[in-house]
Design a protein around this ligand. Structure first.
Ligand SMILES: [Zn+2]
Length: 321
């Protein structure tokens, strides 16, 4: 498929990215949309059409990563914590609207595909992937294969409990004190606000006084500028993250834990505190065999992984003839 390409779509809890990607993983065009809770299908179609019109290459297939429980093999979105997608045959609906082969999978599984094939966990056969944005998505590669569980529901690493008496989990989860309740974009905004109020002379405090909304990206920006209050807010989340990772590393004994999603823009400000907790609390030898790394493709892992799944579909079609 020298001059052909595929389109990878990453649908998050709040935003969508569609990219036109060739077989060498070059991205030719990016289309951005806000994810609208009740118009998911239309939003995906509009972004794919924009990406399709922006390229003069032939688009052969579309891969879509969604923040949902996806039935393996059918592309039916069965349940979703953040969007109105329940029992929606997304693959078939999109294939009909777009008149192209479509593959649908969980967004964090897509991110895991990108990072384990081409990115931060290349060559590794035992990988834990966390994508941290609106919530936490997860993917597990066990002995080279994606762990899916009985119904595709495995890998929900955001819902391991790190404090049984902790705050209610956001979204539809009935539990308390899940990792996702402590580590996410909204959780960083909340922790940033708390630090801004406690320390009005800090960069965060001055931003709040100036009327700027304390958001995850603002906290990250000020932390990179060296503001101690912003750094401390991120370190608090990193410590919680390390507790969650300790559970995962003790259970799965991975070679690599990859952290992607919007929050990884904080880089080592987030990951170093997590590594410190792992070093202190994790069992040996798993502790000494694991690396904690940022996703190579940053926020684009999910889109590129979805494109990778679409490339698989094209390969299957070509092998059939
Ligand atoms: Zn939960």
């Amino acid at each position: 498929m020298a001059d052909a390409c595929v389109i990878g779509v990453d649908l998050g809890g709040t935003k969508l990215l569609a990219g036109t990607v060739d077989a060498e993983l070059r991205v030719h065009h990016r289309a951005y949309r806000l994810a609208r809770r009740d118009a998911v299908l239309e939003t995906i179609v509009a972004a794919v059409e924009e990406a399709r019109e922006a390229t003069d290459r032939e688009v052969r297939a579309v891969g879509v990563g969604v923040p949902c429980l996806v039935e393996p093999g059918t592309g039916v979105a069965m349940a979703c914590n953040h969007l109105a997608l329940v029992d929606v045959p997304l693959r078939d609906l999109l294939a009909e609207r777009l008149d192209l082969p479509v593959v649908v999978d969980n967004d964090a599984t897509a991110a895991l595909v990108a990072e384990s094939r081409w990115g931060a966990a290349r060559q590794a056969r035992h990988v834990v992937m966390l994508t941290i944005g609106t919530g936490i998505g997860g993917g597990l590669l066990i002995d080279g294969r994606v762990l899916r569980g009985v119904s595709g529901a495995a890998g929900e690493v955001g819902h391991i409990v790190v404090d049984e008496n902790g705050p209610p989990c956001p979204g539809n989860c009935p539990s308390h004190g899940c990792l996702e309740a402590f580590v996410s974009g909204p959780a960083l905004a909340l922790e940033g606000l708390r630090r801004a109020q406690a320390d009005p002379d800090s960069g965060l405090g001055r931003a709040l006084a100036a009327g700027r909304g304390v958001t995850g990206p603002l906290v990250t920006e000020l932390a990179h500028d060296g503001d101690p209050a912003a750094c401390a807010a991120i370190a608090t989340l990193g410590t919680h993250l390390g507790v969650g990772m300790t559970n995962l590393v003790n259970v799965f004994n991975p070679e690599v834990v990859v952290v992607g999603g919007g929050l990884v823009a904080a880089g080592d400000l987030l990951l170093d505190p997590a590594r410190a907790v792992l070093a202190e609390r994790c069992l040996v030898p798993a502790r000494d065999q694991v690396q904690v790394v940022a996703a190579r493709f940053g926020e684009e892992s999910g889109m590129l992984g979805a494109a990778g799944l679409a490339l698989d579909v094209v390969g299957d079609l070509e092998s059939i003839g």
